[in-house]
Design a protein around this ligand. Sequence first.
Ligand SMILES: NC(=O)c1ccc[n+]([C@@H]2O[C@H](COP(=O)([O-])OP(=O)(O)OC[C@H]3O[C@@H](n4cnc5c(N)ncnc54)[C@H](O)[C@@H]3O)[C@@H](O)[C@H]2O)c1
Length: 352
Amino acid sequence: MNKKYRVAVIGVSLEGIGNRHIASVIANRDTEAAMICEINEEWAKNRSAHYGVPYCTDYHALLDRDDIDMAIVCVPDHLHAEVVCDFLAAGKHVLCEKPLALSKEDCQRMLDAEKKSSAKLMVGQICRKTPAFVKAKQIVDEGVIGEISYIESEYAHNYSVMPIHWRNSYEVPRHPFTGGACHSVDLLRWFCGNPTEVVAYGNHKLLGPEYGPCDDTMCALMRFPNDVVGRVFVSIGCMSPGTGIRTLIYGTKGTIVMANNDTHITLYLGELGFEKSDKILGGGQLYKNGIRIPVALGSHNTAAELADFIDILKNGKAVDITAREGADTVAVCVAAIESSQTGKAVQIEYCK
Ligand SMILES: NC(=O)c1ccc[n+]([C@@H]2O[C@H](COP(=O)([O-])OP(=O)(O)OC[C@H]3O[C@@H](n4cnc5c(N)ncnc54)[C@H](O)[C@@H]3O)[C@@H](O)[C@H]2O)c1
């Protein structure tokens, strides 16, 4: 008989990402939603009634239970390490939301806990499951745009439309470069490997002090292997409809332009040549029309993330988005924040 993995989702607020995860667990034929664990009992009851899934308020009660195989950890970023390490020590598989943690120390704890555990840990760097980025990765890996020369990605949002909560804490500051731009950093690393050096600048002009002590705008330039230059921009107070995670990759033969909230990616190829554009540029030159490649929308593709993790567990495959990947992304974010605070370029040091 087909084994069903019994999954507990830890941290399910009324509108948070835990809801997407619980819906994915319910929809997946290899998983069963065994428990909603939410520390706020009112919300726990509400979500339990909504999904028809039992609830508890203390995840420790799940650690010894033989009928829980896996936890999806959706608690605030600074609490990931504690919850993940406890489930790993109890031999339960874990899918942990991004960022793996806010500090390299917490990442190291999780890497060490995973080594000691019989269970597997995957980090939810969801952009690696977003159809637009998956398609771009395939195009780049096939050599269509040649060698990458420059890559950039941005996380542009306006957090002032969100309630004030842990993201705005003064006690445990959650820098948006790690909390939000980890998506963009992870994309750059996925395409170009681990950067060696970063220099960054930030400011705090958009959001009021009630939104926390961290900069709300930051831009980081990075040096990647093979002389690739990368740039990541984050804004959590931008006055725009939100361009999502807009990403551009410039190669020696072509360019890809895409975003996680667009239904197409655009591929420009040097071999197609240029055309004159009298109307727009008064005689300037443009690349011939880009090739518009349709992609499914799926900026938060938790269904694919879960399906891939279950496939890994069922078939003894290696985890694709490993804790190491999550930790390396955090190491880049931490170094970028250090650079913005010291005004100096920082050599990036990765976890052991
Ligand atoms: N992949 C993505 O694109 C994406 C999007 C949003 C959020 N996230 C990440 O998901 C996580 C949750 O974000 P969110 O927006 O859903 O936050 P949220 O505040 O809406 O939900 C987190 C919930 O965890 C609960 N909680 C805190 N400590 C707990 C504990 N010990 N046990 C059980 N519940 C506990 C809180 O009460 C809260 O309801 C964060 O790490 C965030 O960065 C990822």
